[in-house]
Design a protein. Structure first.
Length: 361
């Protein structure tokens, strides 16, 4: 197969690209605008592979998308390109509407026109896989809101949408567009909704890398509210395996929830990171001493948790990492890849992009 991956220089996208090139015989066309969170250094290990191609392009650019489909002739699309930071969506929602909604529309139209001209066999085999988030479902009852011993509900593929932030609302809108293009035009689409990802190459604005790097720099470790918000944590390489299983084995029109079976309070996540750093990089006092509590953000969902039974039953996928094994790997990766971290923090990787890619055009 040749798979067109949008957002392939981002955190999850780069994990998907590395997985496909390193573990399969498929080819990848990586389409990425290279915004602040896109980093081609995350793909350095596979960039010279003959089965890998990179296109710097905006999914909102209809002409560019038409050209890329025509030139590369993909067998499937894995659409990961998105604005994805909740705090940024609260202060600047326009970019989320533009990329997540308008960009998805433009990509769907480019894919539909390309797909409509394929041979019958290729048309039947084609897949448009849209990667979304569990945040479209809103939030779930928190343990302190239900009777002791009561079973806590999980998000399933049929949970009603109730997004809370501009980010999750824009992703919910894009999910609806994808399903409408299946229903109206017959485009063979699949949707996946995942829980919080973590792991190597994560841009340091998100909780886990932010805590690791702030801890090492001696900076405060900010915790929203009481830190009792619960998330289901999914190791990014487990997610990449799941996404590949969906695009190659998933049934068109289906939705698959992907979760790590690791519900943790944010404060417990931060404590775990601090304790690992106390063990691996000990200093005077504990890294826990750097924890500070800040005012909670507006509309902050209290609990997310995924029921991943369907993908396990239908496609045979299960996460390989526990939270304990995955978070240790993550902390050790950041400790062992300080040059990547410093390049991201300084913006030096932008120069690296120019030196390595602009001259090839």
């Amino acid at each position: 197969m040749k798979i067109l991956v949008t957002g392939g220089a981002g955190f999850i996208g780069s994990a998907v690209v590395r997985h496909i090139i390193s573990n399969t015989q498929d080819a990848v066309v990586n389409v990425d605008k290279l915004t602040y969170a896109g980093n081609l250094e995350s793909l350095a290990e596979i960039e010279n592979n003959k089965r890998y191609a990179f296109e710097q392009a905006d999914i909102c650019d209809a002409d560019a998308m038409a050209r890329i489909f025509a030139e590369h002739q993909p067998d499937a699309v894995m659409h990961l390109a998105a604005e994805s930071h909740v705090d940024r969506s609260i202060t600047g929602p326009a970019a989320f509407v533009e990329t997540n909604i308008v960009g998805t529309y433009v990509l769907l139209e480019a894919a539909r026109k390309y797909w409509s001209e394929l041979s019958a066999d290729k048309k039947a085999a084609f897949r448009f896989h849209h990667i979304s988030t569990d945040e479209v479902y809103g939030d779930l009852p928190h343990p302190d809101e239900v009777a002791i011993g009561s079973e806590l509900p999980l998000f399933t593929e049929t949970t009603a949408y109730e997004p809370s932030s501009p980010y999750s609302a824009s992703k919910a809108s894009s999910d609806h567009l994808v399903r409408a293009w299946l229903r109206t035009y017959g485009l063979p689409t699949i949707v996946t909704n995942c829980s919080n990802n973590y792991g190597p190459y994560h841009f340091p604005e998100k909780l886990i890398p932010l805590v690791i790097l702030n801890a090492l720099d001696g900076k405060p470790l900010p915790i929203y509210g009481k830190g009792d918000q619960i998330r289901d944590w999914l190791y990014v390489e487990d997610h990449a395996r799941a996404l590949y299983a969906v695009v190659t084995q998933g049934k068109k029109g289906e939705t698959y929830n992907i979760g790590g079976h690791n519900e943790k309070k944010n404060l417990d996540v931060v404590h775990t990171i601090c304790d690992l750093l106390d063990e691996i990089m000990p200093k005077e006092g504990s890294y826990r001493d750097q924890i500070t509590y800040v005012t909670d953000r507006p509309g902050h969902d209290r609990r997310y948790a995924i029921d991943a039974e369907k993908i396990s039953r239908d496609l045979g996928w299960k996460p390989e990492e526990t939270f304990e094994s995955g978070i240790r790997k993550t902390v050790e990766w950041y400790l062992g890849n300080t040059s990547w971290v410093e390049n991201v923090k300084s913006g030096a990787y932008k120069t690296w992009i120019e030196q390595n890619y602009q001259e090839r055009k």
